[in-house]
Design a protein. Structure first.
Length: 287
C-alpha cells in the first residue's frame, strides 16, 4: 500500500462515516418535514457518497503526503513548510535585507514578484541561510512517526484496528525501512545529503496472521478471506502499491496464494495480489 494514501483515506473514511450512515438511514427510514432525502434509490445514495468522501480524502492526503515527504527527506524547503502568506513575508524580508541601510524605507509591496525563478531562488536562499524550515521539518517527521509506528499507541492503525476488522476484515502492518543517503545533483539540494533517510512500507493483512519464530505459516488463507482485500481497496479508494524499497523482495517472493479478485501491479502482469508474504520488523524504540 501507499502508506500516505492509505492513512489519509482511512482518516477520511472515519471522519465521514457518521455522515454516510446518516445519509443511508435517512434515505431508507427518514420521516418528518426536515427529512428531504427519504425514499431515495440506493443507486442515487451511492452516487452521492463520493461527494462527501472525496473532499475529506483530499484534505487528509495533503497533510499525510507533506509529513511523509519530510520523513523521506523529499520535502521542499519552502512549499512544504510555509504558507503562501509566510512565503510572501519572507520574500519581503529577503529583498529588504538586500538594500543598503539608508534605502530600506519606505518599502512597498510592489517589489514582490509573482511566482518566478528569481522569486523562488530568493526564498530558497533566505530559508536556507536562516534555517527557518528546520522546526517545521522536525515536527512533521515526528508527527509521521506517531501516526504510523505500530509500537506506539498513537498509530492510527492501532487506534482503529477494531474498526478496520469490523468494516473490512483486515489489519494493516507497517515498518520503517532505511534508505540510502541522497547525493545532491543541485546546490539547492545539498542539505538533504546530511539527513538520515527512512521510508515506511505498509501491507494489508488478514487478522491474527502474525508468524513468530520458529516460523509456521499455518493454514493458507481461504478464497473467501482473500476477497476482503479488493473490497477494502474499493471502499477506501486505494490501489495496490509496492514501494521501491520493497520491490526486489516482493518480486522474488512466491505467489502460491492467488485469488480471482487478484490485482495486477502496474505492468507486472505476473505479480498478483493478494499474495503470501512473510513480514518481519526489527524493534527500534527510537523510530
Amino acid at each position: 500500500m501507499s502508506i500516505d494514501k492509505l492513512g489519509a483515506h482511512l482518516e477520511a473514511y472515519i471522519q465521514t462515516l457518521p455522515t454516510i450512515i446518516a445519509l443511508r438511514l435517512c434515505g431508507r427510514f427518514g420521516t418528518g418535514p426536515q427529512c428531504h432525502i427519504n425514499k431515495l434509490p440506493v443507486e442515487l445514495i451511492s452516487a452521492i457518497e463520493p461527494f462527501i468522501v472525496e473532499p475529506a480524502r483530499a484534505v487528509a492526503l495533503e497533510t499525510w503526503s507533506s509529513h511523509y515527504r519530510c520523513f523521506e527527506v523529499k520535502c521542499d524547503m519552502v512549499d512544504d513548510h510555509f504558507t503562501h502568506e509566510e512565503q510572501r513575508a519572507m520574500y519581503l524580508r529577503a529583498k529588504l535585507n538586500e538594500r543598503p541601510q539608508k534605502e530600506r524605507y519606505p518599502f512597498t509591496h510592489e517589489i514582490v514578484a509573482m511566482e518566478t525563478e528569481e522569486h523562488r531562488n530568493t526564498l530558497l536562499t533566505y530559508v536556507d541561510e536562516e534555517n527557518c524550515w528546520v522546526p517545521s521539518h522536525g515536527r512533521k517527521g515526528l508527527s509521521w512517526v506517531k501516526k504510523v509506528n505500530m509500537d506506539l499507541p498513537t498509530c492510527i492503525f492501532n487506534e482503529h484496528q477494531a474498526l478496520m476488522r469490523n468494516h473490512f476484515g483486515i489489519d494493516v502492518w507497517t515498518s520503517n525501512v532505511q534508505l540510502p543517503r541522497l547525493r545532491a545533483t543541485r546546490a539547492a539540494d545539498a542539505w538533504r545529503q546530511d539527513l538520515h533517510r527512512q521510508t515506511t512500507v505498509a501491507y494489508m493483512t488478514l487478522p491474527n496472521i502474525v508468524p513468530a519464530m520458529p516460523v509456521n505459516m499455518g493454514t493458507v488463507a481461504t478464497e473467501a478471506s482473500l476477497r476482503r482485500f479488493p473490497r477494502a481497496l474499493n471502499l477506501l479508494g486505494l490501489e495496490v502499491f509496492v514501494h521501491p524499497a520493497q520491490k526486489k523482495a516482493v518480486d522474488s517472493a512466491p505467489t502460491d496464494v492467488q485469488s480471482s479478485g487478484a490485482t495486477d501491479v502496474g505492468d507486472e502482469k505476473t505479480a498478483k495480489w493478494p499474495q503470501l508474504v512473510l513480514l518481519t520488523r526489527s524493534h527500534d524504540a527510537n523510530q
